[in-house]
Design a protein around this ligand. Structure first.
Ligand code: ATP
Ligand code: MG
Length: 569
């Protein structure tokens, strides 16, 4: 491709409203162009990358027996009413109507693929089956500020599998997991797999694939030794006990105090470390009432773990509610709380190995010192409620855990029979019995994946495309507008095309600075510069985008070396 003819050019500055790296670099380099928040045009360079990503995805999905289909974007609202997701996903769904017919712009395709499959699957002989599509999805995302990482209109590969049993689904699920790793590896990305995202009533039948980058929307906890990765909200880890094994239990003391309500205020007022404060946070739990959650002062509570443990929705109790219940905000503790107050307590394991805590005395302006579990208060219910932080130890290998930001590029779910029951997708088993089909679903955001490659692979000058998804492999740049240089460059360009090498030739009459900067910004894997200087040596200047140094290479060796270069990954 001649750069002078290419639709979509580089621009000097990124758009002022582009906040994320992917939006900045891809727009500046002429790959995408925003139409509105979360809605993008893909220009030839961007679309080429997307198609390469799609092909990688296709090859890997085909390899696990996926058959490609293409389902409609426009869904009659009735199918969404059948699953109730018209209400559950209210706010995210784009709805439209024509006359008195109402439609949903598909944010996902379980509601279409399940009745579709029900037309064809009748017997156990028709199973297992796996179909996928690469399609545009529509979601009214509240935060559409991360460029193509979070679009309102975005691309997704969604695959759906159908099985006679959970066991058969489990086996297939493992195959797809491996196929997902293959996709991300081939796109040059290192991914972590994370079990379930947590949240109320999470059934843990899902996995997320995440790429660590400095600007991801998610926080994950990773053990860099054994590679275990967990979602922050439900991550497990061990926190070290304060190192005072010999400490003796001292007599309980009630003291007058003037202090603020925070743990920091409390520790300061008594001149003790925060780990010596017994912290109680009170929650209002659906159908249960007030629940005091007790934890070491220097640690935080994971509300998702708490919700999962209680299996109830909950929220921190308001000051009003505390007052009504007879509790004294800032001084609440499980020690000598009045029997008239309707509150129960639960604690994190972290309070078990600390002696002589300081805590509130359930009276304004009074604290207890030297509070000890078992002697001064008891807790019936202990569980892990810790919000894990960098520095906690990995439960598997004992090494230090790290909190990292990440981007979720894929998500796989065991749906079970949830959708097949709604749409009567069932099969007749060998014994003649009618049974619901067991389903799995598997998503990859192909447009998000494109953005993620940029987030993970760039420098201050521009994108650094991995060979596998680069829009072109080679960028020819001429320096100096003279006849010999131009003729040699034209010849090289034609030779490369004849060898089926994907090449972009910057044939513009621009300054060397502009051309070299543009080449770095666009980020093709290999740059070949032809100038008077190189021609004197019958050479080109060869520079890989991901390497610092350039070298001269004889013109006659270039094609052979390009072929080696391209095939190296
Ligand atoms: P997220 O938690 O990031 O919103 P999700 O759990 O809603 O993702 P799924 O519904 O499982 O995502 O979709 C499958 C995949 O589609 C995700 O793993 C992600 O790669 C991609 N994806 C989801 N929402 C968007 C979006 N708004 N823009 C671009 N890609 C998206
Ligand atoms: Mg989402």
């Amino acid at each position: 491709m001649l750069y002078s003819k290419l639709f979509g050019k580089t621009r000097h500055n990124p758009p002022v409203d582009a906040k994320s790296i992917n939006a900045k670099l891809l727009t500046q380099a002429g790959f995408i162009e925003k139409l509105a928040a979360g809605i993008y045009n893909y220009l030839p360079l961007g679309y080429k990358v997307l198609k390469k990503i799609d092909n990688i995805i296709r090859e890997e999905m085909n390899a696990v027996g996926g058959q490609e289909i293409f389902m409609p974007v426009l869904h009659p609202i009735e199918i969404w009413e059948r699953t109730g997701r018209d209400r559950i996903m209210e706010g995210v769904l784009y709805k439209t109507s024509c006359g008195n017919k109402k439609f949903v712009l598909g944010p996902s395709h379980e509601e279409t693929v399940t009745p579709l499959t029900a037309n064809y699957v009748k017997s156990y002989k028709d199973l297992p089956l796996s179909v996928y599509q690469i399609q545009t999805k529509f979601r009214n995302e509240p935060r559409a500020k991360s460029g193509i990482l979070r679009g309102r209109e975005f691309g997704m590969k969604d695959m759906y599998s159908f099985h006679v049993s959970e066991k058969d689904l489990d086996e297939y699920y493992e195959k797809v997991k491996q196929a997902y790793f293959n996709v991300f590896n081939r796109c040059g990305l290192k991914t972590h797999i994370i079990e379930a995202s947590g949240g109320a009533f999470s059934d843990k039948f899902s996995h997320e694939f995440s790429v660590v980058t400095p600007y991801g929307e998610d926080t994950i906890i990773v053990c860099e030794k054994c590679g275990t990765a967990q979602n922050l909200e439900i991550a497990e880890g061990k926190v070290a006990d304060p190192d005072e094994p010999e400490e003796k239990e001292l007599p309980l003391k009630e003291v007058d105090v003037e202090r603020g309500f925070t743990v920091v205020d409390n520790a300061k007022a008594h001149n003790v470390p925060e780990s010596k404060i017994l912290k109680t946070v009170v929650y209002e739990v659906e159908d249960v009432g007030l629940l005091g959650v007790v934890i070491r002062g220097d640690l935080n509570i994971s509300e998702v773990k708490l919700e999962n443990y209680m299996k109830k929705r909950l929220r921190p109790a308001t000051p009003d509610l505390l007052k009504k219940a007879g509790l004294v905000q800032g001084y609440i503790s499980p020690v000598n709380v009045s029997g008239n107050i309707n509150i129960s307590f639960i604690a994190d394991h972290s309070i078990k190995n600390v002696k002589n805590f300081v805590t509130g005395a359930n009276v304004n302006g009074k604290d207890y010192k030297n509070v000890n579990l078992g002697r001064d208060f008891t807790i019936k219910d202990f569980t892990d409620l810790l919000e894990v932080k960098s520095g906690f130890q990995c439960l598997k290998c004992g090494k230090s855990l790290k909190e990292l930001t990440a981007i979720e590029v894929g998500n796989i779910f065991k749906l079970g029979t949830k959708f097949s029951k709604v749409f009567n997708l069932s099969y007749t088993d060998k014994d003649g019995k009618l049974k619901p089909v067991v389903m799995g679903c598997y998503g990859i955001g192909n447009t998000r994946l494109l953005g993620t490659v940029v987030e993970a692979s760039h420098d201050e000058k521009g994108v650094i495309w991995p060979i596998s998804v680069a829009p072109y492999h080679v960028h020819i740049v001429t320096l100096g507008n003279n006849k010999e240089v131009n003729q040699n460059a034209q010849k090289l360009y034609k030779d490369l095309i004849n060898e089926n090498i994907e090449v972009l030739f910057d044939d513009r009459d621009e300054s060397p600075g502009v051309k070299l900067n543009d080449a770095d910004l666009i980020g093709l894997p290999l740059r070949l510069v032809i100038s008077n200087r190189t021609l004197k040596k019958d050479s080109v200047e060869w520079k890989a985008r991901n390497e610092k140094n350039a070298e001269d290479m004889k013109l006659e060796d270039v094609i052979k070396n390009i072929k080696n270069f391209i095939n190296k990954d």
